[in-house]
Design a protein around this ligand. Structure first.
Ligand SMILES: Nc1ncnc2c1ncn2[C@@H]1O[C@H](COP(=O)(O)OP(=O)(O)OP(=O)(O)O)[C@@H](O)[C@H]1O
Ligand SMILES: [Mg+2]
Length: 457
């Protein structure tokens, strides 16, 4: 493993244990020291003062010592990391791909089991000598991962207690679906023999995806099994398929498979309705109707609607060094605790308001969108013509709407109107209200502001 790979592996381990990645300076220090550079050379290469690099270095050794449960220093970091990594990295197939990296060292190295007696007792794997084989090589690197405690415990309950076979996590783009799933993996590795993450970003045909999975599951078995379901039955596998919406049609109602990807739906049904000991997690920004039906008919299928981070979003603001903590709740509520939207707004506050949330809020009596607009536009591009018509109308409404009431604009649409409302809800653009307005629907406030701004310009 070369220096870059070793440093990435160490960064992944830090992420899986703490939820945070190394800072760019910490990565440079680590890579520099792994290449036998001293702090003077590292400072020159990075443009920081010697004292600053030294201080960050001390923090880095402390962090790595905690994560790897060894006394790590500048002098021994390379040998310790190489030893740990060699025990957890597998060569995969003929491509020498790294089967990541994500494995807490106590899963693979038996001597280290003893260091976690309580954990092991609670999460006993099928066999103590068994090693989880994990491939997160296609998973994105996410820098922070705060909160999500209740979602993680719901998912764990689904998987461990209810033996759910098919889980769909859906929510607005950028709400943190992938981040949540990566956090779940970091906490559940010990429960599975195999864990693999794949995205449908580049639209693989089902056969291609199946072959990819088979190749992964065939490790280290000598005899390949005929079908994916056979692997799911013979081992405990956790399969994550991200970006499901990529195989759905543009310009149609939500969750309609593209013609040549319709066989995916049958595959998901087979996984949900056949008995096995594994779990498939689908991640999508649209809730697929076929999965909704499976959920009604089959108790081993569950969906999780992911919403904002709530209070935990404060950690994002804290990490970015924003000021005026007493105003943070207001900012978080305005941007719905949506991590990507908050990241974007934070940048604006840093650049133009000297980190002051108070100044930002005072200066913007209307909801400020800035670079969020491009993301919202991207989401809206998927809509059908009728959905656009209805959403434009919804944006002009001042009160939540009751879909049982007839609206003259949509008389001619008849039952299609209800289908459109359902589709916008499946895209998470429209929310069904609880409480006194129970049963009524309301357009997401950021989309409302964006659509109204656009029609004024
Ligand atoms: N729990 C969290 N704590 C801090 N930051 C987060 C959290 N969840 C997500 N983020 C940040 O928000 C951004 C979007 O997260 P992520 O990619 O997981 O969203 P997503 O729902 O998978 O988006 P997409 O639909 O585009 O795939 C990332 O920059 C990520 O680091
Ligand atoms: Mg994602």
């Amino acid at each position: 493993m070369d220096i870059k790979e070793l440093s990435k592996w160490a960064d992944d381990q830090v992420f899986y244990q703490t939820g945070n990645r190394l800072s760019s300076l910490q990565k440079s220090i680590l890579e520099g020291v792994l290449q036998s550079q001293d702090f003077c050379e590292i400072k020159d290469n990075n443009g920081y003062s010697y004292d600053h690099v030294k201080r960050e270095g001390a923090k880095l050794w402390k962090l790595l010592s905690e994560v790897f449960k060894e006394d790590i220093k500048q002098s021994n970091v390379r040998s310790i990391l190489e030893n740990k990594a060699s025990a957890t990295i597998y060569n995969f197939g003929n491509s020498s791909q790294i089967v990541s990296s994500n494995i807490n060292s106590h899963i693979n190295i038996c001597r280290e089991y003893q260091e976690y007696p309580e954990y092991i007792e609670k999460h006993s794997p099928q066999s103590e000598n068994q090693t989880s084989i994990i491939d997160l090589t296609k998973a994105p690197e996410l820098n922070c991962n705060y909160g999500r405690t209740s979602e993680i415990s719901t998912l764990k309950e689904c998987i461990l207690e209810n033996k759910t076979r098919l889980i769909t996590i859906y929510g607005l783009s950028g709400i943190g679906k992938t981040a949540l799933t990566l956090k779940l993996i970091s906490e559940m590795q010990i429960e599975f023999d195999y864990i693999i993450y794949r995205s449908l970003d580049n639209l693989p045909e089902l056969i291609t995806l199946k072959n990819d999975l088979k190749q992964f599951f065939s490790q280290p078995q000598l005899t390949p099994l005929p079908e994916i379901i056979d692997y799911l039955q013979s081992s405990r596998c956790l399969v994550i398929i991200d970006d499901l919406q990529n195989i759905f049609q543009f310009g149609n109602v939500a969750g309609q498979y593209l013609e040549e990807y319709k066989d995916y739906s049958k595959f998901f049904k087979q996984i949900s309705t056949t008995s096995h000991q594994s779990c498939l997690i689908l991640i999508s920004s649209e809730k697929p109707p076929d999965i909704e039906i499976l959920e009604i008919e089959n108790k081993y299928t569950k969906t999780l609607y992911l919403q904002g981070l709530g209070e935990d979003a404060k950690e994002i603001l804290r990490e970015k060094g924003l000021k005026d903590e007493d105003k943070w709740n207001e900012l978080i509520t305005l941007y719905q605790g949506h991590p990507r939207w908050l990241n974007i707004i934070t940048l604006t506050i840093q650049e133009y308001y000297h980190d002051s949330v108070t100044q930002f809020l005072a200066d913007n009596d209307e909801l400020f969108l800035g670079d969020i607009e491009a993301i919202l536009e991207n989401d809206l591009e998927r809509l059908s013509e009728l959905e656009i018509k209805v959403i434009n109308w919804l944006a002009r409404q001042n009160e939540p709407i009751d879909i049982t009431q007839k609206h003259p604009e949509f008389e001619s649409l008849k039952s299609k109107y209800r289908q459109i409302i359902q589709s916008l809800t499946r895209r998470c653009l429209l929310e069904k209200l609880l409480g006194k307005d129970g049963g009524k629907f309301q357009l997401n406030s950021l989309f409302k502001a964006y659509i109204n701004n656009k029609s004024c310009n």
